[in-house]
Design a binder for this molecule. Structure first.
Ligand code: ZN
Length: 323
C-alpha cells in the first residue's frame, strides 16, 4: 500500500508492506480523498512527537468490516478512537477525551494519506449521496467548528467575531453563520475574506481598517490566529460576560494580560474536535460550501508535494486524491 509517512524528520512516499489490520469493531476504509490540515504541518515540525502515516481529514469507502451493513458505504470517520471501557468513555460518555484514545493520523494511529486507513465502526458516519467527496472531506474540520456551538449555543441576536481567515477560520465563520446572521470574519487577506462575503458573512481586513468600532461588541469571539496578539485582540472585542473561544492548538507561550477576563467576567473556552453526525446533516442540507477553500489537488504519489504546497504561506485547502 502506498502511503505518505513522517519518520526520522522526513516526509516521504513510503510503500507499506500491508494494509492496516482490522480487529473486532474496526473498519478498513479505502481512502478516496484526503485533505492537508495545519495540524499535519505542525506534526511535521515535531508537534505530538508523531511518526507514521499522516492525514486525518478524509472520505473513503468501507472495504472490510465485521458489521457487513457498512460494506461498500462511503464514509467519514471521527478521528478519536476511544477505548470504550474506561470511566471517561463509559460513565462520562466522553470518548473525545478518553485518556487511552488513539487519534487517526495524529496519535498512535495510522493516517489517511494512504490507500487504506482503519477506524472504529462506532466512529463511522455515512456520507449521503448528495454530498460530494469535495464537501465530505471537510467533515472533520467542520465538526471542529460545530463543537463551538455544542459547547456554547449561539442565538440569532448575538454578535460573533471570528479572528483569522485561514482554513479553519473560514469554516468556523460559515458554521457559526447558521446560528446568527451577525458574524464578522476578521482577517488580513482580501482574497480569503472575499470567499465568505457571498455567504452573508461580514468581513474586516485588520491590515487596512481600524477595529475600534468593534471593541467590546461581540458576545462570542473565536480566536483562530493561534497568536498571543490574536488572544489579546479577542479579549478586546468581547463584550462583558461574553465568551472567547480558543480554537487553535498552536498558540504561542507569550505572557498574557488576563485582567480583562476578571474585570469583564469573560469566559475563556477551549474547543477541539466536534460532532460528525450534526456536521454531515448540515452538509446534506446544503447549508455549507467548504469546497470554496480548495486550491490544489495532487495524486497520492505526489503527496509530498501536496504537503509542501500546503505549507506555502497563504495556501488554503490542498487535497490528496488517494483512490
Ligand atoms: Zn476510554
Amino acid at each position: 500500500m502506498k502511503a505518505i509517512t513522517f519518520e526520522n524528520q522526513q516526509v516521504q512516499l513510503k510503500p507499506q508492506e500491508a494494509v492496516p489490520t482490522c480487529g473486532e469493531g474496526e473498519a478498513l476504509i479505502r481512502v478516496l480523498v484526503a485533505g492537508v490540515c495545519n495540524t499535519d504541518l505542525e506534526l511535521i515540525k515535531g508537534y505530538m512527537g508523531f511518526e507514521g502515516i499522516l492525514g486525518h481529514e478524509f472520505v473513503g469507502v468501507v472495504e472490510a468490516c465485521s458489521d457487513t451493513t457498512w460494506l461498500g458505504k462511503r464514509v467519514c470517520a471521527d478521528i478519536n478512537a476511544a477505548c470504550g471501557v474506561c470511566p471517561v468513555c463509559v460513565d462520562e460518555k466522553n470518548p473525545h477525551h478518553c485518556p487511552n484514545r488513539t487519534v487517526i493520523g495524529i496519535l498512535n494511529h495510522g493516517g489517511a494519506f494512504a490507500q487504506y486507513v482503519k477506524a472504529p465502526i462506532v466512529n463511522l458516519v455515512a456520507v449521503p449521496e448528495s454530498v460530494s467527496n469535495d464537501r465530505a472531506v471537510f467533515t472533520e474540520p467542520l465538526a471542529a467548528a460545530f463543537e463551538i456551538v455544542e459547547q456554547r449555543p449561539i442565538h440569532p441576536h448575538e454578535r460573533v467575531i471570528v479572528l483569522g481567515d485561514g482554513k479553519l477560520g473560514l469554516l468556523i465563520a460559515q458554521v457559526l453563520s447558521l446560528s446568527t446572521p451577525n458574524v464578522t470574519l476578521v482577517g488580513r487577506h482580501h482574497d480569503k475574506l472575499a470567499l465568505l462575503r457571498p455567504m452573508g458573512v461580514a468581513t474586516r481586513n485588520s491590515r487596512e481598517e481600524s477595529l475600534d468600532d468593534l471593541q467590546k461588541s461581540a458576545h462570542v469571539v473565536v480566536e483562530v490566529t493561534g497568536t498571543a496578539e490574536g488572544l489579546d485582540l479577542a479579549l478586546n472585542l468581547c463584550r462583558p460576560r461574553g465568551t472567547v473561544v480558543l480554537k487553535s492548538t498552536v498558540a504561542e507561550g507569550k505572557p498574557l494580560n488576563l485582567a480583562p477576563l476578571v474585570i469583564d467576567e469573560i469566559t475563556l473556552l477551549g474547543s477541539r474536535c466536534g460532532p460528525f453526525e450534526r456536521t454531515m446533516q448540515a452538509l446534506e442540507a446544503g447549508k455549507l460550501q467548504p469546497e470554496v477553500l480548495i486550491q490544489h489537488r495532487f495524486p497520492l504519489e505526489k503527496g509530498v508535494e501536496a504537503i509542501e504546497q500546503a505549507a506555502q504561506k497563504g495556501t488554503l485547502k490542498v487535497l490528496i486524491e488517494c483512490g
